[in-house]
Design a binder for this molecule. Structure first.
Ligand SMILES: O=C[C@H](O)[C@H](O)[C@H](O)COP(=O)(O)O
Length: 234
């Protein structure tokens, strides 16, 4: 296992061990490569038949199924005891950039529905200020036919570059999210005021959600290069 992969695993295992409520009924499971180890650890719990897991997208649903956990939906269970998820960048106030894996709307829905939201990440995600480490831009989920208008609007708001994310080798054309939307990456450089930037972007017609998460995480676990796990809390 590579250093980064080991760091992800250590952070995820400790996050579950420290935070999983003994009598949890409803648990949110996020998306990405770090949360794979969260699902693995939760799948090792002896009482895993006593709670229901709520996914944040297709990959997350598969993780729940593959680890022998009970699956539910956010429509059925909208008050969660806890949720775990990864992040692309984390600042010391626990503002986050998320959506590098094209999931963000369902992730935010699950995160804000949980009494406690725990972030799991490796050492590369720590940052003084959002936008310093994660150079790809702020992921923004949009309704497909609004992309031309929103591209212009984001530039007016100060975006340096605005890119309609492509599906890569496996798909000619833009990536389609789990909610059948498009995804834009807008580079605003270093984001000094994430709440204000989120609010401005969110007010544009056609924007479904932004990948700026503020005032939602209460603790973040980071797997370090030396094999230890560090924590930031607010
Ligand atoms: O869209 C993806 C999610 O926001 C992920 O949680 C985020 O990209 C972090 O993923 P990873 O754990 O693979 O770095």
């Amino acid at each position: 296992m590579s250093l980064v992969e080991e760091a992800k695993k250590q952070a995820a295992y400790k996050a579950v061990d420290d935070n999983f409520p003994p009598h949890a009924k409803y648990v949110g499971i996020g998306s990405g490569s770090t949360v794979v180890y969260v699902a693995e650890r939760i799948g090792q719990l002896k009482n895993k038949d006593s709670f229901i897991c709520i996914p944040t997208g297709f990959q997350s649903k598969q993780l729940i199924i593959d680890n022998g956990l009970k699956l539910g939906t956010i429509e059925q269970f909208s008050d969660l005891d806890i949720a775990f998820d990864g992040a692309d960048e984390v600042d010391p106030q626990l503002n986050l950039i998320k959506g590098g894996g094209a999931c963000l709307f369902q992730e935010k829905l699950v995160a804000v529905s949980a009494k406690k939201f725990v972030v799991v990440a490796d050492y590369r995600k720590k940052s003084d200020v959002l936008g310093k480490q994660w150079k790809q831009g702020i992921p923004i989920e949009i309704v497909p036919n609004s992309y031309v208008k929103i591209t212009k609007d984001l530039k007016s708001l100060g975006a340096i570059t605005v890119t309609l994310r492509q599906g890569g080798k496996a798909k000619a054309g833009p990536i389609i999210t789990d909610n059948n939307n498009f995804l834009i990456d807008a580079d605003f450089g270093e984001v000094k005021d994430p709440v204000s930037l989120h609010n401005k972007i969110k007010s544009l017609v056609g924007v479904v959600e932004t990948g700026i998460f503020t005032n939602v995480a209460s603790v973040s676990y980071f797997g370090e290069e030396d094999g230890k796990v560090s924590q930031w809390t607010v």
